[in-house]
Design a binder for this molecule. Sequence first.
Ligand SMILES: [Mn+2]
Length: 301
Amino acid sequence: MLIHVLLAVDAQQVIGCAVSMRSIMEYASPDCQLRFHVMADGIGAADREALRATVVGAGREASIQLHDVDVSRFTHLMRSKLVSHTTYARLLLDEVLPPEVERCIYVDCDMVVRRDIREAWTFPMHGTTVAAVANGNASDTRHNQRRLGLAEPRYLNAGFVVIDVRRWRERGVAARATAFAESAGDRLVLHDQDALNVALEGDWTELPREWNAGLSISEWLTADSRAVFHYWGAPKPWHADYDGRFGDIFHRYLEMTAYAGYRAWNPFGIGALLARLQRRLPYPPAVLRAVRGYLRAAVAA
Ligand SMILES: [Mn+2]
């Protein structure tokens, strides 16, 4: 069985990308063949080589194809301080994947996948376009529903998504998501994930929560050892100031990649200090957005 796995990476996330791929290889049934399609946004030669070496050197049947992507057509859409426009690369999947690929699994570059990906590959999709884990936090979900005008209180997390690529193409998901993102203005908060929730409304199947654990704190605390860990917040486990849980699990797989031995620059804790300071600097577009929100509320009152 040939399983296509899709990732999108910029220079800030290459280590996470290597760990996502390496952990998948560790747990995938030995009888499946893995093909990684990595959408690369500005990745230099050394990192390209490291990503290749991570996949080819793992001692199992797996291959990697790097697809250079240009996300400049998305730069007019909202981004946030911590999430670059590379997040929109997901919307290029039908241009990047070879036409014969009918299904793929998209995986974020901040995950450790400690499950057999074959189980997700064969998960019943009930004729829907994608399968993903729903956001578990009821109040966030209601808020997202109102904000985006969704009919149902259901919001998918786009970090781990099984995609029926043929149906995605037929239904023009990428074009509809892009159009929504363009028209949404300040309603767009979580980038392409918001847009995908609109474009895929009523057209997705819920995956069991173990496929994207970490979406709520309680889940993170009780996640079993065979879950998909999603380090969705900031900092990420490869940053000097990471002080969240399960950093040890991330590093266990990091040691199995071509980035083995990597530690963030942090002499005398200076790297972590600088990173914390940098995180506190306001991001001008976010400030403007907050001001607009305040003004709207004031006008409405
Ligand atoms: Mn993520």
